[in-house]
Design a protein around this ligand. Structure first.
Ligand code: SF4
Length: 289
């Protein structure tokens, strides 16, 4: 008898759930709603919302837009985006996740306190990622972004140093980078780190490893651009080499399920539950043929 389990801890985090709920509420009013960037790193969920009327635009299109309603997604935006909105008479539906908002405020405050004071702010994150752009914007572009300890030479040794993490990075990776930076910066300088990895991501890491171990075959459902998806899938793969990343049911290699007794389906904080359910149904239908 084939057992297929969907990981109960996988699926949207509260930041993404809130952003999608806000979009759905606005769309129900029947007015045109734009979203600056993909509302979630999941093409299939974006397509669903676009069918309801959501119009996804990029930053160039946003800058040319006037007198319209625009949703800012959970990743947050730098101050410059709010200035454009004001200039162009845009109504903002701000779905910035409260965790990201708090991090933006902390970075801004630290930058205001230390700017011009032989100090530097370091952000451990993915360069160019929307959340990271929003964080760097709090320092007027002055913060240094590093993705790994191989970029440590970009950090000045002779400055007081304050280190933050993008919310969706791995805690293990962050701790490693902090350790390396502390060894790199001159001892007489201050070097402080702040653990700003989101609990929604950090807490899922152990759980997903255990889940992956408990099944013969794992399908990890996630958009290719998801930052936490990469981390969670790596953990699945580490704990169960028979793990496969897919974007949706159409990517399933169903031949892998033949003769298997136990299949686990899990995903990232940007993976809708309904999509994992669809994958489960597709596997059941194939095996009942
Ligand atoms: S992962 Fe955390 S910080 Fe990012 S949107 Fe979800 S709840 Fe907010």
């Amino acid at each position: 008898m084939l057992n297929i389990e969907i990981d109960e801890h996988s699926g949207f985090c509260f930041g993404v759930t809130t952003a999608i709920k806000k979009a759905e509420e606005e769309l129900q009013k029947g007015e045109t709603l734009y979203c600056l960037g993909d509302i979630v790193h999941n093409r299939i969920e974006c397509d669903r919302l676009e069918k309801l009327g959501l119009i996804t635009i990029n930053h160039d299109e946003f800058a040319k837009l006037h007198n319209a309603k625009v949703l800012f997604r959970a990743h947050g935006e730098p101050p410059a985006t709010y200035e454009i909105a004001k200039r162009n008479n845009l109504e903002i539906i701000d779905a910035t996740c409260p965790v990201v908002l708090k991090l933006q405020q902390r970075i801004k405050k630290k930058w205001q306190e230390t700017n011009g004071n032989d100090s530097q702010i370091i952000i451990y994150g993915q360069a160019g990622h929307a959340e990271v752009l929003g964080l760097v914007g709090q320092t007027h572009g002055a913060a240094t972004v590093i993705e790994s300890s191989s970029q440590i030479d970009q950090i000045a040794k002779d400055k007081n140093t304050y280190i933050y993490s993008q919310t969706t990075k791995s805690l293990e990776g962050y701790r490693h980078v902090v350790q390396e930076i502390k060894e790199h910066v001159d001892k007489e300088r201050e070097c402080e780190s702040f653990n700003t990895v989101c609990g929604q991501v950090a807490n899922r890491l152990n759980g997903i490893g255990e889940f992956a171990k408990s099944h013969e075959l794992i399908f990890f459902v996630c958009g290719k651009k998801s930052s936490n998806g990469r981390i969670l899938f790596d953990e699945c793969k580490k704990m169960n080499p028979n793990s496969y990343q897919i974007e949706g049911p159409e990517d399933l290699d169903l031949s892998l399920t033949t003769g298997v007794q136990s299949i686990g389906i899990c995903g990232a904080t940007s993976t809708p539950k309904w999509l994992m359910e669809n994958c489960k149904t597709t596997i059941i239908n194939y095996n009942n043929k």
